[in-house]
Write a protein that binds this ligand. Structure first.
Ligand code: KG4
Ligand code: ZN
Length: 345
């Protein structure tokens, strides 16, 4: 597909897999015309995580206003949309159903194709999206590439030899990287969502204050973060027993450094061994500044990381992946079901 001339198309995309109600309009798989994300964080903060029923009901209230705003901001009318892309899974069933039904309604009313997209594939394709200058678009990622996906529910390495083609090398055996950030935030008494809170606390801390374990799992491409989380817990308990106050910033910085170190070293090694031409990092944790600096700071491989605003859940990424599926001829029926658990490869 790499050399095939791709058809022009404007995709309206919808994403409701978890706690963000999102819609976007994307041209030709890369140029972002609009992206609207209605966050539900304020509703879930009292539960310390996402409350599924609250999430789906909030999607119902917000979805049409979000879609309308995305189309308006793109300065288009609905009749100028060529296809509707929607997240089919993985995610919370009740949340996915709301976006899926909205997408089906639009596809039916506009007589346009419906395209179901894997949320993980969406995260990867966020690296293709650019905003602004359409005359000199930034270069697209080149194949073969090593894709590191680091989100709240997934941490995995995939080789991509072409569009929409994934060979999974390995993944986490326990906690996902984002999950580890969220759990450590809770241990340190930092607010939900944990990743940004840990990053903020780490900014004033010494990353060498504590030497936390790095599970290298030599001989495999898998990851494990539960030992690291337990090591943080042990230090927290000991300090509490001794009646000492927690050096939250130092703990956050030391933890963050350990996570980034493992992710970078393993990805570099995988890219070398598979003779990849580039590295791609995507998913919510790719918003982490220390992680971005570590990957862009190495000079061995070109690195593609989505714009900061496209790292966490959004619909632009679903529009990008949806476009390449559309270009390949993918069309889904109007009785398409959601897939709450749906691996990428
Ligand atoms: O991709 P995402 O928005 O949702 C999933 O598909 O899971 O990822 C959410 C995860 C959460 O675990 C969140 O704590 C983490 O991404 N995250 C971060 C940062 N921003 C979000 N982790 C570390 N540093 C950040 N700045
Ligand atoms: Zn996500």
């Amino acid at each position: 597909m790499a050399d095939v001339k791709l058809p022009p198309a404007r995709i309206l995309a919808i994403e409701t897999s978890c706690d963000e109600t999102a819609a976007a309009v994307l041209e030709n798989g890369r140029a972002l015309l609009s992206s609207v994300v209605a966050s539900q964080i304020d509703l879930h903060v009292q539960y310390g995580g996402v409350f599924p029923e609250v999430a789906s009901r909030q999607h119902i209230r917000t979805i049409y206003a979000v879609v309308e705003e995305a189309v308006q901001r793109a300065h288009l009318s609905l009749s100028e949309i060529d296809a509707i892309a929607v997240t089919r899974g993985p995610g919370l069933a009740g949340s996915l159903v709301v976006g899926m039904n909205a997408a089906k309604g639009l596809a039916l009313a506009l007589n346009r194709p419906l395209i179901g997209v894997n949320h993980l594939e969406g995260h990867i394709y966020s690296a293709w999206v650019y905003q602004g200058d359409t005359v000199n678009p930034p270069p697209a990622p080149e194949f073969p590439l090593m894709a590191l996906l680091v989100s709240g529910g997934h941490t995995e390495l995939n080789v991509m030899t072409d569009h929409l083609t994934y060979r999974r090398l390995g993944g986490t055996l326990d906690d996902a990287a984002g999950e580890a950030f969220d759990k450590v935030a809770r241990l340190l008494g930092l607010p939900y969502p944990g990743g940004p809170s840990v990053q903020k606390a780490a900014a004033g801390g010494n990353p060498e204050a504590f030497t936390f374990p790095r599970a290298r799992l030599e001989g495999t491409w898998d990851f494990s973060f539960s030992g690291l989380k337990t090591a943080v817990l042990r230090v927290v308990r000991q300090l509490e027993e001794e009646g000492k106050s927690l050096p939250v910033s130092d703990l956050a910085a030391s933890f963050q450094t350990a996570v980034v170190d493992v992710l970078l070293q393993k990805t570099l090694r995988a890219a070398r061994e598979t003779k990849s031409r580039a590295i791609l990092v995507a998913g919510g944790v790719s918003a982490n500044t220390a992680l971005r600096l570590a990957f862009t700071g190495q000079t061995e491989f070109p690195v593609f990381i989505p714009a900061f605003t496209l790292c966490t859940d959004n619909a632009a990424m679903i529009g990008a992946a949806g476009y390449f599926r559309y270009a390949l001829g993918a069309r889904d029926p109007l009785d398409l079901d959601v897939l709450p658990t749906w691996p990428l490869s």
